[in-house]
Design a protein around this ligand. Structure first.
Ligand SMILES: CC(C)(COP(=O)(O)OP(=O)(O)OC[C@H]1O[C@@H](n2cnc3c(N)ncnc32)[C@H](O)[C@@H]1OP(=O)(O)O)[C@@H](O)C(=O)NCCC(=O)NCCS
Length: 129
């Protein structure tokens, strides 16, 4: 489903390195998502193309329970940074729904190389004012 990013899925070493960088990045936020006391995913605020952006990842067995929407809502309460951006593949309807549930609106379109898809794809740029 996700098109962009993904270096951390190459190996456990790459995953740890990516997260060490995220956790020491004082310009952003990185939060574990807990569901009934269990870690089920992550939600982050980070710099993307020199703009503050958000991203989220929920374990497959926990999809469809509103967890990403609640996790992003919680992150948005924690960070005062606005506007915030997100980039989503045009065909990734679930992620678009999460952003729209949280008040993001489409502010533009772009094309970019999607590492997970191995090709350039169309993407939507979302903004939260
Ligand atoms: C995208 C992702 C975060 C969604 O997590 P989730 O916890 O299932 O999301 P939620 O349950 O909060 O909301 C999903 C919404 O999308 C809708 N949805 C799910 N699949 C859909 C589809 N194929 N078409 C349209 N809508 C869809 C759900 O009905 C729900 O809508 P609702 O809020 O009106 O009920 C999760 O699938 C994921 O982690 N995917 C892999 C990583 C990823 O893609 N991250 C985002 C990169 S941009």
């Amino acid at each position: 489903m996700a098109a962009f990013g993904g270096e951390e899925s190459d190996s456990l070493g790459a995953f740890k390195l990516r997260w060490e960088r995220r956790l020491s990045d004082r310009t952003g936020l990185a939060r574990a998502v807990l569901w009934n006391g269990q870690i089920v995913g992550s939600v982050i605020q980070f710099e993307l193309f020199q703009k503050p952006a958000v991203a989220y990842w929920i374990g497959r067995e926990f999809w469809g329970r509103g967890i990403a929407t609640r996790a992003l809502t919680a992150l948005l309460r924690e960070t005062p940074v606005r506007p915030l951006y997100a980039r989503v593949a045009k065909d990734h309807l679930a992620s678009q729904k999460v952003l729209e549930n949280c008040g993001f609106k489409v502010s533009g379109e772009d094309r970019g190389f999607a590492r997970f898809r191995g090709e350039e794809i169309e993407e939507l740029i979302y903004q939260l004012r």
